[in-house]
Design a protein around this ligand. Structure first.
Ligand code: AMP
Length: 364
């Protein structure tokens, strides 16, 4: 291990990453560029990130003996997913620096605490109510109306743990459909576009956002990101400023992403959710910005200076989901297409297998 100093680590340090999927894989590749070694900790025996990291540990997130050995072997720990159990985060944070910290995890793991946190900052969110029971749901629907969306408070992603309520839908069935877990009801936002801000906050409090991304989902999964988002400069600035305030209030260190809706002719920005990590909508930065989101995250969590976020052209990122990755030969032959494959064996439907980024020189 290298010796930590108060201003941060140095190249040669070892970064521990919880989770071994494609985000950890791309973080490990970026870390290697910066002379930082990576050690992945994940429960699954066959992880995309294992192929590219110096070391890996296969262990459960509640295996304290394995976590303690992992913490001893690294200089700083980060993670690629927001559902790191709070006990795991606390155990590791007592032994080694953990970035982003436990508060960022606690706030973003629970949709209710996340919505309250964002609303308390004075930022716009959809109307919401906690729902712990069927009577709660009836009261929430009476207050918010329909259409609305019932979402589990925890463990929802890519549209899982959500049900949309239209006029006449049976509330008991909807409550059953989300497993009667603690939930929130959200008013449906009649958005014109979905956008995200991928941004970083450094250990010294520096803030750097990438240009606002415009996201197109299919079947609740991100299909395309295009940058710049079609947005008036004032709306783009408001989106970026919302992210800055969120990062500041969380005393955040690392890259994070704020997903937002754009509504109405005046393009008001409504915060949907915060991901305390690098994000699929930021994959374009690998070729499309001066610093990639992965390099930026490694810089931030190691206490290195943040990099420039300048965009290099007009960008489209296309996710390769399920058997779309079988087009790899054509994509490799396409001039200007940058193909990234995650090394996953089974191309199951809905599984993210890779992505391709196209950077068109021109509009900046
Ligand atoms: P989430 O899991 O909160 O990111 O939601 C997944 C997707 O569902 C979003 O990207 C939107 O397309 C849609 N969605 C979620 N919440 C709302 C809302 N309050 N109003 C309209 N659409 C929503």
């Amino acid at each position: 291990m290298s010796t930590p100093d108060p201003t941060g680590l140095a190249p040669g340090a070892t970064l521990g990453i919880l989770g071994g999927g494609q985000l950890a894989r791309m973080l490990a590749l970026a870390a290697a560029d910066l002379g930082v070694r990576t050690h992945i900790f994940a429960p699954e025996p066959d992880c995309p990130a294992f192929d590219v990291a110096a070391r890996h540990t296969i262990g459960e997130y509640d295996d304290e003996a394995a976590l303690a050995r992992f913490a001893d072997a690294v200089d700083v720990v980060t993670y690629e997913f927001e559902n790191v159990p709070s006990a795991t985060a606390a155990f590791l944070a007592a032994r080694t620096p953990l970035h982003p910290g436990a508060r960022a995890l606690a706030v973003t793991q629970d949709r209710l605490s996340e919505k309250r946190f964002v609303a308390d900052l004075g930022l716009a969110v959809a109307p919401f109510r906690p729902v712990d029971s069927l009577p709660d749901l009836e009261a929430a629907v009476a207050a918010i109306g329909r259409p609305s969306i019932l979402k589990t408070r925890r463990f929802g992603y890519d549209g899982k743990g959500q049900v949309r309520l239209a006029a006449g839908d049976d509330l008991g069935e909807a409550h059953q459909a989300i497993g009667r877990f603690p939930a929130i009801l959200e008013g449906f936002v009649p958005f014109s576009r979905e956008i995200s801000v991928v941004a970083a906050r450094g250990a010294d409090g520096a803030f750097a956002a990438f240009d606002v991304c415009e996201n197109e989902h299919r079947d609740h999964i991100l299909a395309f990101t295009r940058v710049p988002a079609r947005l008036a400069p004032a709306a783009a600035a408001a989106a970026s400023e919302a992210a800055r305030r969120i990062g500041e209030a969380l005393a955040y260190v690392g890259v994070f992403t704020v997903e937002m809706f754009v509504v109405g002719a005046d393009e008001s920005v409504i915060v949907n959710e915060i991901a305390p990590r690098v994000h699929n909508s930021g994959h374009w930065t690998s070729e499309g910005a001066d610093t990639s989101q992965f390099h930026q995250h490694v810089r931030a969590v190691c206490g290195f200076p943040l990099g420039a976020t300048k965009r290099r052209g007009e960008i489209e990122m296309e996710n390769l989901i399920g058997d779309a990755a079988s087009r790899w030969r054509d994509l490799l032959a396409e001039p200007g297409a940058h193909l990234h494959l995650y090394g996953k064996r089974d191309a199951r439907p809905g599984r993210k297998m890779g992505h391709v980024t196209r950077v068109l020189p021109g509009r900046r």
